[in-house]
Design a protein around this ligand. Structure first.
Ligand SMILES: [Zn+2]
Ligand SMILES: [Zn+2]
Length: 274
């Protein structure tokens, strides 16, 4: 399929999002790819089939980084369906070191580094580095000729390059990991709180809200808050923080812009952007 003559609809489904597992489907007509495989193969197959996507439609897997919540189901998924896997060299090393993913067939792994592009399932994939406590962590900007999605998950702050890719996407999947107060008053020890808040940690509700209200434009058709912490956040708090920022800064959203917090242990429906 020719990338720039395609009229196929662009679609997205979050199969899981959060500290217990992450997996996203991005579709381009009757083909698609997965970003991360942090839940079991059984759950991936079940949730895809529930939204009408057969496994043969999946053409490749992109991996953001080698933390367990992003690679738990990777080796079973890739090996069973002989799917090519794209990740940075350092992420590939992390995959080999991880007990749950190290059984992956070496010939399925392809390295892709910060700034590189690859075409998969008729989609153009661009990569950008993110600041996180996993070596070689990448975000992805994925597009066909009509629409685009940027996935920026697990990052301590939004640098100019990440901002560039977020602000040009029609669908944004942006981390909104923790509520400051919940983290401060919760059960996490101080050193872990510091790691989460650090430049190689995670984005808070306030950081996501601040970024989104500073850079919002009506071309942002779908904004998905992702990777919410089970201990230190709720979907209601993440959305409330963002909506309060829009109100306080007196920024009016286009009626076409949809904002949602992605569920942790469940999938969304298949979402189309025409
Ligand atoms: Zn994660
Ligand atoms: Zn991580």
């Amino acid at each position: 399929m020719d990338l720039f003559s395609s009229l196929y609809p662009f679609s997205f489904c979050s199969l899981a999002s959060g500290s217990n597992g992450n997996c996203y489907y991005i579709g381009n007509g009757d083909e698609g790819i997965l970003v991360d495989a942090g839940i079991s193969l059984r759950s991936i197959k079940k949730r895809l089939s529930e939204v009408g996507i057969p496994m043969k439609q999946i053409k490749a897997i992109l991996i953001s980084h080698a933390h367990i919540d992003h690679i738990k189901g990777l080796s079973a998924l890739a090996n069973t369906f002989a799917l090519p896997v794209y990740a940075s060299f350092q992420t590939c090393e992390g995959i080999f070191r991880n007990w749950s993913a190290s059984g992956i067939r070496r010939d399925l792994l392809h390295t892709i580094e910060d700034g590189e592009k690859v075409q998969l399932a008729g989609l153009l994939v661009e990569t950008f580095a993110v600041s996180h406590d996993a070596a070689g962590a990448l975000g992805y900007h994925i597009r066909n000729n009509h629409n685009s999605i940027t996935i920026a998950t697990d990052l301590g702050f939004i640098c100019d390059k990440v901002s560039h890719y977020l602000s040009k996407a029609s669908m944004l999947v942006i981390e909104s990991n923790y509520d400051d107060e919940m983290l401060t008053n919760g059960r996490y020890p101080k050193h872990l709180q510091q790691r989460i808040r650090g430049e190689k940690g995670h984005l808070s509700n306030i950081q996501a809200a601040d970024y989104l209200t500073q850079h919002y434009h009506s071309g942002m058709k779908q904004i998905f808050l992702c990777h919410l912490s089970q201990q230190n956040n709720t979907p209601e708090l993440a959305l409330k923080t963002l909506n309060q920022y829009f109100l306080d800064k007196q920024i009016s959203k286009s009626p076409e812009t949809v904002i949602r917090a992605l569920p942790r242990g469940a999938r969304t429906e298949l979402i189309h952007v025409i």
